[in-house]
Ligand binder design. Structure first.
Ligand code: LLP
Length: 424
């Protein structure tokens, strides 16, 4: 469910026509719907009401400060994967006691930052990381809460780049080695193993991997004896899928109906780390057609947004629905069209082989849907292209939540070096 609808043939975000946003803020433009974000957060909370979880929104999906502030207001905690993401949470005054910190390559300075912030749990990805956290916490006179991230070897059946819970992936510790890591944690100073963490992958549209993952973890904890009994939290990561083509995602209550019975009676607190589920369908990318051209086989609509603004189609071959801002909400029975960007690579496309109205031409606006997650956060400056502006719509209100970058912003970090370069 989202709040992007066509009213009298014109795309609206909540009460605001998309065209009005473009007139004010320009293109390419990321537009987010506050009502959609709130809706997804409450759907998740309601679905798991019988077993209330700590919801740690996964900052990597969309880390805009205003969106983090909105989620903190709703009561969300945060899942971070870098010192930078933690600093974003600090910037908006998010409670450190609701922050979990994963990541296979935490540096000493990042660990120190998280210790100083007083985060809730480090999701520990290796035995050597455990030793480092122990040493740094001990030096700081602290006890760090840790959850050991285990790799349950479950196939999430999603794109291979976003599958994370299989043995060949770099994340977490094999279940066979995990016993040793828990035993080490019980001996080491400065750490207390309070939790166990899994994350199976992203855009998962089936409940089976979660059931299998939770069962494996519970069997493992039972086999740990006394050390296992000390574990109070099970963090099942993120991964709940969203709609890209149609209605392919599962409602949250189906995930809850499958997962909760596996936990009842365990005494374990549940942590969820949803990113895409909350943000994916809450954003669109608006872009203007710069050039229309074609040959007998193909029509190309060349837009002012490209793979630097939205890399998912190029990187994962992922499908984002594309439709004109004025006209129809769905791909109509039109002309076969490649919707591409201006970047000098053939992989620079937003969508291939789409049926789009023959009348679409230069200057017209298009919307790329389901662009709320892993879209702005993965944008780059490739081809020296400033990143787009971001706007948050709330009912009839709208405001800029990130300025469009300028060429000056891009050049600033290099200019000093140019001035200081030795003269020939
Ligand atoms: N927790 C951990 C430890 C994660 O690694 C991730 C995502 C999440 C939670 C949130 O997963 P979600 O609920 O959003 O599925 N760039 C890719 C997705 C990469 C996901 C990385 N990890 C994409 O655009 O599809």
């Amino acid at each position: 469910m989202d709040h992007f609808d066509y009213r009298s043939g014109e795309l609206h975000c909540d009460e605001v026509p998309a065209q009005a946003l473009v007139e004010e803020y320009g293109t390419p433009l990321y537009v987010y719907s506050a009502a959609t974000i709130r809706h997804h957060f409450s759907v998740l909370t309601d679905a798991f009401a019988a077993y209330p979880p700590l919801i740690c929104y996964s900052v990597k999906a969309n880390s805009n400060l205003s969106l983090l502030a909105l989620l903190a207001e709703l009561g969300a905690g945060f899942d971070v994967v870098s010192g930078g993401e933690l600093q974003r949470v600090q910037e908006i005054g998010g409670s450190p006691q609701k922050v979990v910190y994963a990541g296979v390559g935490k540096t000493d300075s990042e660990i120190r930052l998280a210790l100083a912030a007083g985060i809730f749990l480090f999701n520990v990805e290796s035995e050597s990381e455990l030793h480092r956290i122990s040493r740094l916490a001990h030096e700081a006179g602290q006890i760090a809460g840790v959850a050991i991230r285990v790799n349950p070897d479950v196939d999430a059946k999603t794109h291979r780049y976003i599958t994370t819970g299989k043995r060949e992936n770099k994340f977490g510790v094999d279940l066979e080695q995990a016993r040793q890591v828990f035993e080490a944690a019980a001996q080491l100073p400065g750490v207390e193993a309070q939790g166990i963490h899994i994350h199976l992958g992203s855009q998962i549209t089936d409940t089976t991997p979660f059931v299998a993952g939770v069962r494996r973890v519970r069997e493992f904890l039972a086999s740990l004896g006394e050390i296992g009994e000390a574990v109070r939290w099970l963090d099942i990561g993120g991964g709940f899928g969203v709609h890209y083509r149609g209605e392919e995602a599962l409602p949250a209550d189906q995930f809850a109906a499958a997962i909760v019975p596996e936990l009842e009676g365990s005494g374990l607190g549940l942590i969820l780390e949803p990113g895409r589920f909350i943000m994916g369908n809450a954003g669109v990318l608006l872009t203007r057609i710069v050039t229309a051209k074609g040959n007998p086989e193909r029509r190309f609509l060349i837009c002012d947004a490209g793979m630097n603004d939205l890399v998912r189609p190029a990187l994962y071959d992922s499908y984002h629905r594309i439709a004109p801002v004025l006209g129809d909400s769905s791909d109509v029975d039109g002309v076969k069209t490649d919707v591409v960007g201006p970047i000098c690579e053939s992989g620079d496309f937003l969508g291939l082989d789409r049926a789009l109205p023959a009348a679409l031409s230069e200057g017209d606006l298009m919307a790329v849907f389901s662009a709320g997650a892993y879209s702005y956060t993965m944008a780059s400056n490739y081809n020296t292209r400033p990143r787009p502006a971001e706007v948050l719509v709330d009912g009839a209100e709208h405001r800029l939540i990130r300025c469009r970058e300028t060429i000056d912003d891009l050049l600033a970090a290099e200019r000093a070096a140019l001035r200081e370069a030795p003269q020939a």
